[in-house]
Design a protein around this ligand. Structure first.
Ligand SMILES: Nc1ncnc2c1ncn2[C@@H]1O[C@H](COP(=O)(O)OP(=O)(O)O)[C@@H](O)[C@H]1O
Ligand SMILES: [Mg+2]
Length: 280
């Protein structure tokens, strides 16, 4: 079998370039932009394994075709399972793993549903797109009028084609929490950062937070190991919101690699994992 590693992406960007450059010291890694294929994807057979950094909206079609040609890390169903915040929260709760209290509101948002939700939630709460990233389009909603306004606004946008998933997530706001990211490879946590930001409640790196090395407690690590087993994922960024309690916040199956700036050793660990997977 080929020992070449493909990095599949919709468009090469900062993360995939970092990944290729970082892995290149240890193995033969190349970026493959999926838009280069029209009907014949057989070139992908030349790769022993491929990292799945395909845009989530192109997973079902391009990811699934790629899967017929090579082994994907992560496979499409694992990727999609992780990418849905609503599904992750549901699966965590089902398995006794703490998550912020989370409601799934699927379109259409009728008056009946809104009233039911209003009876169940406490303000403030976070409203966020189910499969969003980088903190984009997440809103801190402080009272009923705001929630109604946001839902009206989202409903109006949902009417515009091309249709989106039409699912939003409403989530308990965890106050004064630290944002922790564990980079998980194979069956171990290889790096942990805290995202530190003065002011504002969104601590994404894309929202101006900066990463600092962080040592997780055994209990926090245990949450991640349990969550990884529930999701069946071997390569992901696990986010913990750590307030009075620790919660699994989200799982990113195509994690960014800025963390390598403070943990340069992670590429060797990813490379080792990929080599092991290729031998399987
Ligand atoms: N329920 C919450 N309570 C407190 N802060 C939150 C909550 N949900 C999100 N945040 C903040 O917003 C950021 C982005 O939210 P997240 O759910 O991770 O979505 P995204 O996919 O956009 O990163 C988090 O890193 C955290 O700082
Ligand atoms: Mg996040």
């Amino acid at each position: 079998m080929s020992s070449r590693v493909g990095i599949l992406t919709s468009k090469a960007g900062i993360t995939t370039i970092k990944l290729r450059d970082g892995l290149s010291k240890f193995l033969n890694a190349e970026i493959i932009e999926m838009s280069r294929f029209f009907d014949d994807f057989s070139e992908l057979k030349n790769y022993g394994i491929a990292m799945n950094y395909i845009n989530s909206r192109q997973q079902i079609t391009l990811g699934s075709i790629a899967e017929t040609m090579t082994t994907l890390i992560n496979d499409v169903s694992t990727f999609m399972r992780c990418k849905s915040k609503a599904l992750v929260s549901f699966l965590m709760r089902k398995n006794g793993i703490p998550v912020p209290e989370t409601f799934i509101l699927s379109y259409p948002y009728t008056e009946e549903k809104i009233e039911e939700i209003l009876r169940r939630v406490d303000f403030p709460l976070i409203v966020k797109p189910n499969s969003g990233s980088c903190g984009k389009a997440s809103i801190l909603v402080r009272e009923e009028d705001d929630l109604r306004g946001v839902l009206d606004y989202i409903s109006a946008i949902h009417e515009i084609p091309p249709v989106s998933e039409k699912i939003v997530v409403l989530q308990e706001y965890v106050r004064d929490a630290r944002d922790l990211r564990a980079f998980f490879v194979g069956d171990e946590i290889v790096a942990v950062e805290e995202r530190v930001k003065e002011g504002g409640w969104k601590k994404n790196l894309a929202q101006g937070a900066h990463p600092e090395r962080f040592e997780m407690s055994e209990e926090q690590k245990e949450l991640i190991y349990r969550a990884s087993k529930v999701l069946g994922v071997k390569y992901a960024g696990f986010d913990i919101l750590s307030g009075e309690e620790d919660y699994i916040l989200e799982v990113n199956p195509a994690p960014g690699l800025k963390i390598s700036e403070i943990y340069p050793e992670i590429f060797e660990k990813i490379a080792k994992f990929l080599k092991e997977e290729m031998r399987r």
